[in-house]
Design a protein around this ligand. Structure first.
Ligand code: NAP
Length: 311
């Protein structure tokens, strides 16, 4: 498997949490001889180089991808279209291009517009944290996590083998690749990731308004549940702005369903309908059990934190 995915030169565009994690994992597994970091921010490049994540860096994309047989687009989703368009000109013939964006419709559109001499396979590693920047990355981030591949509609054998190569790359860094239609991906992730983030951003924002009245009590008693929402709400504002702008239809669809369910809860509370509340809460507990059984979460109480709140 490793033979299949050995690269000479990888160019990582956007050396943040995900880009630097993949760079670390590629290096740790010996999958690449040389890594070039490409970022619009020279300071990010300098920091990544100091950390030993990349061998060299470039702020100019065309120069950075010269000679690269693997190109990773790990910018916020809103930049993928423009970056891919530039790569259509600048990437070497036969280069494998992958992205890591959280919304896939936009990446597949960009992949469709690429010339056939390069092979863009849209990918989404379902792994991350609320932190950003090269310091936040770590090589084991993708271990035992799903990575969803949403290939472009290209039937030629060269592209098919590029998809296989991308899947092998994710396997080699410890992830479990799965092929999916981009529309299906965007709807599924709207439910499992985008809506929860929207709720967390909104809830923490509302509590922040209340905090001026509560005089410190929101922070003081945050372990009552609020704290867990603040972790999600601490996520990168640019990344999440782009997710909602590019996955608008799917998010609005699941948000509509959520609002209806919320109205049902509101009604049950108003009318003192204890049975409706108990039934609803009992039904959703089972889902938590299924997530733990699928190995996607720890079964330990309080998310496995010790008494100081550390993992
Ligand atoms: P991040 O830590 O903020 O890193 C993104 C980097 O890309 C930043 O250094 C940013 O520079 C740079 N950048 C932005 N536009 C660029 C451009 N046009 N050319 C070159 N560099 C550019 O973000 P991240 O969390 O790694 O997220 C990267 C991608 O991974 C996003 O598409 C996101 O949807 C996806 N993803 C994230 C997670 C997660 O949990 N965070 C999980 C799975 C997938 P500036 O700071 O100057 O803008």
């Amino acid at each position: 498997m490793t033979d299949k995915v050995k690269f000479k030169r990888a160019a990582v565009i956007g050396v943040g949490l995900i880009g630097s994690s993949l760079a670390r994992a590629l290096r740790e597994r010996g999958l690449v001889d040389e890594i070039v970091g490409v970022d619009r921010d020279a300071d990010v490049i300098a920091r990544a180089q100091k950390l030993g994540v990349i061998d060299s860096g470039e702020t100019d994309l065309a120069k950075g991808v010269k000679g690269a047989d693997l190109i990773v687009i790990s910018t916020p989703v809103g930049a993928i279209g423009a970056v891919a368009a530039e790569l259509g000109e600048a990437a070497e013939d036969g280069a494998l291009i992958i992205d890591v964006g959280s919304v896939k419709g936009v990446a597949v559109e960009a992949a469709k517009a690429m010339p056939e001499r390069v092979h863009f396979v849209p990918c989404h590693p379902v792994a991350g944290t609320e932190q950003s920047g090269p310091e936040a990355g770590f090589a084991s981030l993708f271990r035992d996590r799903w990575c969803i591949l949403t290939p472009a509609p290209r039937e030629d054998e060269v592209y098919k083998s590029a998809v296989e190569k991308a899947a092998a790359l994710w396997t080699a860094v410890g992830a479990r690749p799965e092929i999916m239609d981009a529309g299906h991906h965007d709807l599924a992730l709207a439910v499992t990731s985008h809506l929860p983030h929207l709720i967390a951003f909104t809830l923490v924002g509302a509590a922040d308004d209340v905090e001026s009245v509560a005089q410190g009590e929101v922070v003081k008693y945050s372990a009552g549940g609020f704290r867990d929402f603040t972790r999600i709400a601490a996520s990168d504002p640019i990344m999440w702005r782009d997710v909602f702008l590019t996955n608008k239809d799917a998010v609005l669809e699941v948000l509509g369903r959520f609002s209806e369910e919320l109205a049902v809860m509101q009604r049950a509370i108003r009318w003192g309908d204890g049975k409706a509340l108990e039934d609803a809460f009992t039904r959703v507990r089972g889902l938590r059990k299924a997530i733990v059984e699928a190995g996607q979460e720890s079964a330990a109480p309080n998310f496995g934190r010790d008494d100081k709140g550390q993992h």
